[in-house]
Design a protein around this ligand. Structure first.
Ligand code: SAM
Length: 276
């Protein structure tokens, strides 16, 4: 069997008697034109491996298997999909490896070394919405360094990742994400693109690591500063950052103490973190 000779996704789901489970955040992309577009936006992979979280019925997986990735390592928590995904492994002569696991718990470096012979890899996922943010934070701040991340979120979360200073959606998630990566919304998708449709629209964010990464100590300090500053986002920094040094901290970082959190760009927050 080859990838081309596989039945359409709807048929595969019906053959295996599979229905979406709400508790696993399951909303499927069954249109290969859409999943191919996401795979194109995520690439090129130039022969590197891709980790896909939550393959489900495998629509995005099929598109990734057609790409220039050397290997697709798919991490799925719901065992009901394993027989269906095994057909994909067979159709692609082992280019796909499926691992039954919780993506929050897996060691990506170990997965890549075991299945792709090295740690270089990309992350692509139509994320389960209930764990999207914790997974993003794990990939940004954990020990594994992905080459790039291409992630489908609820639109509101995608906007919070890619927002700039003074945008309504600007907050902790934007500052932490953009201290480490360049983040762009590259595609919007209406709820009706999914089966079953979720309540809200979705968007794909592409994140590429910046050439210089803040140290772990700076990132820890950044978490403290952004938690305090955005915890009271309407207050002046001299007051929201009082517990961390207030006026003196702002002056050391070259930041106006009368400014509010939403006015400070990522570079400004990094100066505050380093001054802490
Ligand atoms: N990639 C498929 C698609 O685009 O049609 C499915 C996307 S669906 C939004 C999310 C998938 O993530 C489901 O298959 C779900 O079972 C899986 N999932 C949920 N929580 C997970 C976790 N903690 N670790 C791994 N997979 C998870």
């Amino acid at each position: 069997m080859t990838l081309d000779s596989l039945p359409p996704l709807r048929e595969s789901l019906a053959q295996h008697g599979l229905l979406a489970k709400k508790s696993f955040g399951q909303h499927f992309l069954l249109d290969l034109n859409v999943t191919r577009k996401i795979a194109r936006l995520a690439g090129p992979f130039e022969g590197r491996a891709v980790i896909e979280v939550g393959p489900g019925p495998g629509g995005l997986t099929r598109a990734l298997l057609e790409s220039d990735a050397s290997k697709v390592i798919a991490v799925e928590k719901d065992p009901r999909f394993l027989p269906l995904l095994a057909e994909l492994t067979e159709a692609t002569n082992g280019k796909l490896v499926v691992v039954e696991a919780d993506a929050l718990e897996v060691d990506e470096t170990a997965l890549l070394s075991e299945h792709a012979g090295g740690a270089a890899g990309h992350l692509v996922s139509n994320l389960p919405y209930n764990v999207g943010t914790p997974l993003l934070l794990k990939w940004l701040t954990g020990p594994w360094r992905p080459r790039a991340l291409t992630l489908m979120f609820q639109k509101e979360v995608a906007d919070r990742v890619a927002a700039h200073a003074s945008d309504d959606a600007y907050g902790r998630l934007a500052v932490i994400s953009q201290a480490i990566c360049e983040a762009r919304v590259v595609m919007d998708l209406p709820a009706r693109a999914f089966t079953p449709p979720p309540k809200v629209a979705s968007a794909v964010v592409h994140l590429t690591p910046l050439p210089v990464r803040p140290s772990d100590a700076d990132l820890k300090a950044l978490e403290r500063v952004t938690a305090a500053a955005f915890g009271q986002r309407r207050k002046m920094l001299r007051s929201s950052l009082k517990g961390l040094g207030g006026d003196a901290l702002c002056e050391k970082a070259g930041i106006e103490p009368t400014a509010r959190a939403e006015e400070i760009d990522v570079a400004g927050f990094l100066r505050l973190a380093r001054a802490l």
